[in-house]
Design a protein around this ligand. Structure first.
Ligand code: ZN
Length: 245
């Protein structure tokens, strides 16, 4: 039952406003990350959880992971949602990924500025989280860092169509999640949580080591809507990091 709840919570956060509950939250002040756990009983995990995301990945402590990431993404129709906290691209039939030997279906990708995870203290200006779900309801996220450089063709499509107020639009054409991934899928993996309320745990992260590029103009375009939507990093609390090369 717990896993099912996590999935429902994720979908709830993708709608314009929280369908049930409706507790408003944000990234600064009284409704900011330090206070999420106090805003609602349903958000308690944000405060008391011991496996919270994001983290600052200590690369020296990483041990060898069991399996490389395999993807079978394809271009899909979908919608672009401005949910008041980020821009999210939900795709109905975009294939999926095999992560640690388990098959996952791609659900959605959404964006953070600055990037949420850090690597040995280093941060990036932007990251994409690609959210996946297994047949038994488990969530896994592939994280991709972006640095300033060449224009990204997927963002060109998405940012041209994204609603600048809360709401959603049907995607014109199709998007292939593969356009957000670097050639190398080498990763650091850790056990974490949703990085937005209700901060539910049981989410496995695969943070890609190789950053992608987006143009300065694209970064500014996103930041015009969301200048800061990254949750601060959390202590490891004994969690193990694994990696592939
Ligand atoms: Zn995220």
């Amino acid at each position: 039952m717990k896993k099912r709840f996590i999935a429902l919570a994720l979908f709830a956060s993708s709608t314009v406003v929280f369908a049930a509950g409706g507790t408003s939250w944000g990234y600064e002040g009284k409704v900011g990350p330090d206070n999420w756990g106090n805003l609602s009983q349903e958000f308690a995990t944000c405060k008391v959880g011991q496996q919270q995301a994001p983290i600052d990945i200590p690369t020296m402590s990483a041990t060898k992971a069991t399996a490389p990431i395999k993807t079978n993404y394809k271009a899909s129709a979908g919608e672009i949602i401005n949910n008041g906290h980020t821009i999210q691209v939900a795709l109905s039939d975009a294939g999926g990924a095999n992560l640690s030997g388990v098959d996952y279906k791609f659900l959605q990708t959404h964006f953070h500025a600055p990037g949420e995870e850090k690597v040995d203290g280093k941060s990036y200006p932007f990251n994409a989280h690609l959210v996946h779900q297994s047949a038994d309801g488990k969530l896994a996220v592939i994280g991709v860092f972006f640095k300033e450089g060449a224009e990204n063709p997927v963002f060109k499509e998405v940012f041209a169509q994204m609603p600048d107020k809360e709401g959603k639009v049907a995607l014109k054409g199709k998007i292939d999640p593969a356009g957000l991934l670097p050639k190398s899928l080498a990763y650091y993996s850790y056990a974490g949580s949703l990085t937005t309320p209700p901060c539910s745990e049981g989410v496995t992260f695969y943070i890609l080591k190789t950053p992608m590029e987006m143009s300065k103009a694209q970064l500014e375009q996103f930041k015009k809507l969301y200048p800061m939507n990254a949750r601060p990093t959390f202590p490891l609390n004994g969690r193990k990091i694994t990696e592939t090369n």
